[in-house]
Write a protein that binds this ligand. Structure first.
Ligand SMILES: Nc1nc2c(c(=O)[nH]1)N[C@H]1C(S)=C(S)[C@@H](COP(=O)(O)OP(=O)(O)OC[C@H]3O[C@@H](n4cnc5c(=O)[nH]c(N)nc54)[C@H](O)[C@@H]3O)O[C@H]1N2
Ligand SMILES: Nc1nc2c(c(=O)[nH]1)N[C@H]1C(S)=C(S)[C@@H](COP(=O)(O)OP(=O)(O)OC[C@H]3O[C@@H](n4cnc5c(=O)[nH]c(N)nc54)[C@H](O)[C@@H]3O)O[C@H]1N2
Ligand SMILES: [Mo]
Length: 766
């Protein structure tokens, strides 16, 4: 604990001066030269770069400053003038660096030269690109002969569509579909849920829908932190009189009130916009019950209307023409008891009925959700219940309405679109076979959880990471770290140092790349890349800053380097030509996925980007039965692992602070939650603190209450009294990841269930 620790409730609106001040501090701290500050004005603009922070939609007519506080931080973090040159690694052994925390490791700045771990000195030593590719290639060539399925190609969702396409092709030419990506820990629940219900793996909402909706329901998404630019759409909707109903165990500032830092009038007056018209602080894991309650209230009202001859409450015409399964769904709602709904959700029947009235009165409803729904044992069912709710009112395929899963990484949706997926049926394998004259592997590959299982079992022998911080992001940190050291080869393509680079295999390479904000000069000139946003629109992105070092290679160049060193030459796959001109890669993407990407190069330049077709938004249902389906209902318990009858067990959700991007920790503060100088806290309800006989400010050791033969404990968290429902607790990701059992994941999507972990507390032995 340092003396900078303090707890002070944040009573201002999200945005406002606090936001501007934070941006200034970051530019200063990262010693950003003028070019960096200039870069901000090109963020999310047609002539500029797509922000490297979140994936929220980029408008056709951008604001003068189309960035938010967190986007500005992400830019500053990438454009920092700080460097970790080879000399740094001469001074520090890898074992020494293991004692550094996530913030300290990345705060040192950008990696500059390719490095190889040296077993004798336990240091990363500078190597040449030629040697790195040759060394990796030799290892991968051997494994390809022995067992091509023993190598995993992970991707964190930041790399461009062009890089991602090359990367998936590398894996398939290598001989496997082992392409886990960060969405396996994130929105995979969406990708499994929505194809069954509405026939698309992505959301159906576009930006202009926000201009026409009259109610927005938000489940488990911390908009003000995770996709702050969306607050503009929420604020505009509220100013038009739309209702916003929020389901979240915590009263997150951005969902309570907002001041637009880009509006001079709002900045100079006490004006703010109340964002949520109804805020429902349900228990974490209570969404299945809450959504069941909402739907039950609607169906009950509809039953009454039918009996009394009034206008229907549900959209009966839509349900009859477009859907299947309504009767069974309605029947299950009628027999579910309110008492069970109240107990499981922590909400009152009256609260849910009030929300149902808002829903019933709206002509166009948008349903938004984030990790609060997907990261549960019943994460897929959670998502399907949102879909059920919207289908009841006919709110899919109507202007101003739709479902809006808010993706995380800035191109995570796009990576899946161009084939980074372990599921062979989702990749255009026949096309790849035809285009490149090979037999793509047809066996299902490993997702994130299966990769971890494979490493634990010894079946996985090499890990290549295209960005990300796999070992911090994944569950069961301690078990995995131990197993990871048994790998034969680990390779990381990265901008900054993180702990995953330090838990290395027998042979290990660290390959530094250019970031998306940096100019990418290749043989044919400066390159453009592209990304897909959360609303299914592809955008061009051009670097604006000088690369952090001359020695960096671009991601496509690194992928090509590994591919050429590991695979037999194939004249149909001219890696070098592709690296010289990324437009050629876009032509390949257009050929492999013509429905989405035909005429990719020309259409990419259109104002507002290239929208992918979203059949569900036109009420064309690409489901097996050709209809929209009611699914995933009949169970109220999203978290079967927390025993109902153990009063000493709390249900922990792992949270992001206002000052982190996933495992990148910008600082130890969480301004909106009033926590400063530490992340080692456990947020608890006062009644639980009293009940257990603890003191606010005391320290506890937290253990997972799952009996599977593995002890999991995080020691020394500080008890912090917080406005959180009784029985629930909050802690930070990734510090609490050692508590998440690998097997504790969504049943149908295998997304780790990081929003409901059963825990027990013990006073810390200090
Ligand atoms: N600044 C910033 N932006 C980011 C990221 C970041 O780390 N920092 N990460 C990016 C990524 S990869 C992603 S996936 C997204 C993540 O963004 P979000 O989807 O917002 O995910 P979280 O911040 O993990 O948690 C979301 C909210 O869920 C609530 N919650 C927890 N459990 C439950 C529950 O059981 N039910 C309900 N209804 N709510 C619950 C929490 O209180 C929290 O407000 O953001 C992206 N953008
Ligand atoms: N307990 C718990 N665990 C979680 C979550 C949770 O809510 N709770 N959230 C999950 C979610 S939603 C996600 S998406 C995952 C995130 O998992 P990851 O995507 O694996 O992790 P990040 O923290 O985003 O990765 C950060 C690293 O990416 C590298 N990097 C940054 N920019 C670039 C670039 O341009 N190119 C390359 N090659 N590398 C770059 C840097 O080295 C940086 O250290 O974590 C998951 N884990
Ligand atoms: Mo994510």
């Amino acid at each position: 604990m340092n003396d900078k620790t303090r707890f002070e409730p944040y009573t201002h609106a999200a945005g406002g001066w606090g936001s501007l001040k934070a941006v200034g501090t970051y530019l200063l701290r990262e010693r950003i030269p003028i070019i960096g500050a200039e870069a901000l004005w090109k963020q999310n603009k047609p002539e500029g770069f797509a922000c490297v922070s979140c994936a929220w939609a980029k408008p056709e007519h951008p604001h003068a400053a189309e960035f938010c506080e967190n986007g500005a931080k992400a830019t500053a973090w990438e454009l920092t003038s700080k460097r970790l040159p080879a000399a740094f690694f001469l001074e520090h052994t890898v074992t020494d660096l293991l004692a550094w925390d996530d913030h300290e490791l990345e705060a040192g700045g950008r990696l500059t030269v390719p490095m190889k771990w040296d077993a004798q000195t336990d240091r990363y030593l500078e190597t040449s690109w030629e040697e790195a590719f040759a060394g990796i290639g030799a290892h991968l060539r051997d494994l390809r002969v022995e067992d091509p399925a023993s190598v995993v190609f992970y991707a964190s969702g930041r790399a461009s569509l062009e890089t991602s396409y090359m990367y998936q092709l590398l894996a398939r030419l290598y001989g496997n579909n082992n392409l886990p990506d960060s969405s396996n820990m994130c929105h995979e629940s969406t990708s499994v849920a929505l194809p069954e219900t509405i026939g698309v793996p992505v959301g159906t909402v576009r930006l202009d829908d926000f201009e026409q909706c009259d109610a927005i329901f938000i489940f488990g998404h911390n908009t003000g932190v995770s996709s702050p630019r969306m607050l503009h759409q929420l604020q505009d909707a509220r100013k038009r009189g739309a209702s916003i109903v929020t389901f979240n165990p915590l009263r997150e500032r951005g969902l309570v009130e907002f001041v637009n830092p880009q509006s001079p009038t709002e900045m100079l007056t006490p004006a703010h916009t109340d964002i949520s018209t109804q805020y429902l602080q349900l228990k974490n894991g209570g969404d299945l019950a809450a959504l069941t309650g909402l739907c039950k209230a609607l169906v009950a009202a509809d039953d009454r209307a039918l009996a009394e001859g009034h206008a229907r409450v549900v959209d009966a015409a839509f349900i009859a023409e477009h859907t299947e399964g309504f009767e069974a769904f309605a029947a299950s709602l009628r027999t579910t008891e309110w008492a069970a709904i109240e107990a499981e959700s922590g909400l009152l029947q009256a609260q849910l009925e009030a929300a149902a009235i808002t829903f019933a009165n709206a002509k166009a409803v948008i349903g938004i959700y984030g990790m609060g729904l997907t990261q549960h044992r019943k994460g897929v069912e959670n998502v399907q219940m949102v879909s059920n709710l919207l289908l009841l009112g006919g709110h899919i395929g109507r202007p101003g309405a739709g479902i809006c899963p808010v993706r995380g990484h800035s191109n995570v949706q796009g990576q899946r679109t161009v084939g980074i997926t372990e599921k062979p049926e989702l990749a255009p394998l026949d096309k790849l076979a035809e285009m490149y004259g090979f037999m793509p592997p047809r066996e299902k590959g490993l997702n994130t959880v299966e990769t971890c299982e494979g490493v634990l079992a010894g079946a996985v022998r090499a890990f290549v990471g295209l960005g990300g911080n796999f070992l911090r992001a994944a569950p069961d940190t301690e078990r995995l770290e131990a197993a990871w050291r048994g790998l034969g080869l680990t390779v990381h393509v990265a901008t900054k140092l993180n702990r995953s680079h330090l838990i290395h295999g027998e042979v290990s390479y660290l390959l530094p790349c250019r970031g998306r904000i940096e100019v990418d000069l290749q043989a044919s000139g400066e390159q453009t890349v592209s990304v897909e946003d959360s609303t299914g629109v592809m955008h061009a992105s051009r670097g604006v800053a000088q690369p952090a070092a001359d020695t960096l290679l671009s991601e496509p160049a690194i992928v090509a380097g590994i591919a050429m060193a590991s695979l037999p030459a194939n004249p149909k796959v001219p890696w070098t030509e592709w690296v010289a001109d990324y437009a050629l890669v876009r032509d390949q993407i257009a050929q492999a996925l013509p429905e989405i990407f035909h005429d990719f190069n020309e259409r990419l330049e259109a104002p507002g980007g290239l929208p992918r077709p979203l059949p569900a938004s036109e009420r064309i249902w690409k489901t097996p039965n050709g209809r929209a389906n009611f699914k995933g209902y009949g169970n109220l318990v999203a978290d079967p692992d927390t025993p109902e009858t153990a009063p000493d067990v709390l249900r922990l959700m792992t949270l992001r602070s206002d000052d982190q991007f996933n495992t990148t920790i910008y600082s130890l503060d969480d301004r909106f939650r009033g926590i400063y100088g530490t992340r080692r806290v456990l947020l608890m309800n006062r009644s639980d603190i009293q009940r257990f006989g603890f003191e606010v400010g005391g320290f506890v050791d937290v253990s997972t209450a799952v009996d599977d033969g593995h002890a999991r404990t995080v020691k020394g968290l500080r008890i912090t009294a917080y406005d959180i429902p009784a029985g629930c607790a909050g802690g930070y990701y990734p510090e609490c990841n050692p508590l998440v059992p690998l097997a504790h994941h969504a049943e149908k999507s295998k997304v780790p269930a990081s929003k409901a972990i059963p825990i027990r507390l013990r006073a810390a032995a200090l």
